[in-house]
Design a binder for this molecule. Structure first.
Ligand code: BG6
Length: 499
């Protein structure tokens, strides 16, 4: 076991993310004894504060359980005032860190967490590198230096490529931890475990048996007070380029040769590169739906949210019919959907399987879907990511009695029924992995670029002068009706998040 201490240096210490997610996650890790070595937390921001006043502020964000552990944890929490735009203050920060590390200054590992406005990612890394704070020997276990970069990683392919180049000038790829908190969710990590430890799925998990794949990330909240950021991002940049692309990669990838970070990430990047890019505006109008929420009541719609331009065309909902051009998935539509201010919060992945070749039990289960006469309801494998995490298989059974009346039935697994222990929060797992040097659940540079390449083609069509404006949907609804048209023929309809 290594005994050199670790310093977690959080830039953006005054921000919401630090108080709401990072510190509670570090406290939880400490209280369940997850750290192998002593860990110091050093918050860095421009505001004048003392360590004592910062600790008092942080304590107000903790749950009762976390507060019980806080007394033992708080003495390891420090605050340093510094401005990343000011080289002198970064030099002072370096001296402060050495002083806090004491006799371990030369050997301690340092995790720099950039919970900052994205425009500060590159300058902060450059400043730290300039005075040698990011230099480490890859052959030595101690004295490591790693940098966690929050999202968004760029705003399009060109900016992501530029950021990768700048980071690459100062850091090796194994020092860069691009975070996507969805990968830290227990139910997301289970996707690979479920697929690759249960051999029954593999023969079915392909174009021969799967008719369509749906990935829905529905949110009930609106943009609240994040309008200033969100209005420049929109659902495609905020959710699809990262969270939905990651879910898609995990569902669609081939089995890696091992669970090593490079083996897993290489398979993910292959899927993202196999996504068929939209090549014409007509394809985008046919296969992508964008919309904005409005509220008919006194509650504000998107355009009334603070920080949002009054004539904003930013989408708060997007649905995409995507295709993956490879042997496993060619011809199988991947229906992606995400939106804010929807009826219900849930994230679900549904594999819908092909109908039997011959329909012997037509009458009561036939339906007219999208104008086509479709028989039977498809078998579905539903992976519920959140809330009520679990997995369901839906199938038809014969209802007892005369005739052949079929009913939908299901078999299910619910985390809460099987596991007593609390699942770690996403940031808890990801911070621990970054401290331990395991980047499997972080995004590699080429992965981020591949996801942007797909999204950029959609933005190009939306940004054209003659592009139709986004549609509208009522806050609290299931989204715009136009999204239903992305299901074709007998492919079914969007799930509704029912258990
Ligand atoms: C963030 C987005 O990355 O994910 C937010 O910026 C979104 O807009 C959030 O609300 C959703 O995360 P979760 O874990 O609540 O599903």
């Amino acid at each position: 076991m290594t005994t050199y201490p670790v310093q977690v240096v959080i830039f953006g210490a005054s921000g919401d993310l630090t108080a709401r997610k990072l510190i509670p996650a570090l406290v939880d890790n400490a209280s369940r004894g997850a750290f192998q070595t002593p860990v110091q937390i050093i918050g860095v921001a421009r505001h004048p504060k003392t360590s004592e006043s910062w600790r008092a502020e942080l304590a107000t964000w903790l749950s009762d359980d976390q507060r019980a552990a806080w007394d033992a944890f708080a003495p390891n929490v420090f605050y340093t005032q510094a401005d990343v735009d000011d080289p002198a203050s970064i030099e002072e920060l370096a001296a402060d860190l050495d002083e806090l590390a004491g006799e371990h200054a030369a050997t301690c590992g340092r995790l720099f967490y950039l919970a900052l406005a994205p425009r500060l990612f590159a300058p902060t890394v450059e400043r730290l590198a300039h005075i040698g704070m990011l230099t480490s020997d890859p052959l030595r276990a101690e004295g490591w230096r790693r940098v966690v970069i929050e999202k968004p990683f760029g705003t399009d392919l060109a900016t992501a490529q530029w950021l990768n180049i700048v980071l690459g000038r100062h850091l090796r790829e194994d020092q860069i931890y691009r975070i996507d908190h969805y990968l830290g969710k227990e139910s997301v990590q289970n996707l690979l475990a479920f697929r690759f430890t249960n051999a029954i799925w593999e023969p079915l998990w392909n174009r021969a048996h799967v008719d369509s794949v749906e990935i829905s990330v529905c949110e009930a909240v609106g943009v609240a007070d994040r309008g200033g950021y969100y209005d420049h991002a929109g659902a495609l940049r905020d959710m699809v380029q990262n969270h939905l692309m990651q879910l898609l990669a995990l569902v669609a990838m081939e089995a890696p040769t091992s669970m090593s970070p490079e083996a897993v990430r290489s398979e993910k990047v292959k899927v993202l590169r196999a996504l068929v890019p939209f090549t014409s505006p007509e394809d985008v109008w046919r296969d992508v739906v964008r919309a904005q929420y409005v509220d008919p009541s006194e509650n504000p719609g998107y355009l009334q949210a603070p920080g949002v331009a009054e004539d904003s065309a930013t989408e708060t909902f997007v649905a995409i019919r995507a295709q993956i051009h490879n042997w496993r998935w060619n011809g199988v539509p991947f229906l992606l959907r995400t939106g804010k201010s929807l009826r219900k919060r849930y994230t679900e992945i549904i594999l819908r399987f092909r109908a039997p070749p011959v329909d012997l039990f037509t009458a009561p289960t036939t339906s007219v879907l999208a104008g086509s006469f479709c028989s039977m309801q498809p078998n579905e494998l539903v992976m519920r990511i959140q809330p009520d995490e679990g997995i369901r298989i839906r199938f038809l059974v014969k209802q007892p009695g005369p005739g052949n009346v079929m009913r939908l039935a299901s078999l299910g697994f619910d985390y809460k029924d099987v596991f007593d222990e609390r699942s770690p929060e996403a940031y808890e797992r990801l911070l621990l992995d970054a401290i331990e040097g395991n980047p499997t659940l972080f995004i590699r540079g080429d992965e981020a670029e591949a996801a942007w390449r797909f999204c950029d083609a959609i933005h190009a069509a939306w940004d054209a002068p003659d592009a139709p404006p986004p549609g509208r949907y009522e806050a609290g609804s299931t989204g715009p009706e136009e999204a239903d048209s992305l299901f074709r023929g007998c492919e079914g309809i969007w799930g509704h998040g029912g258990v």
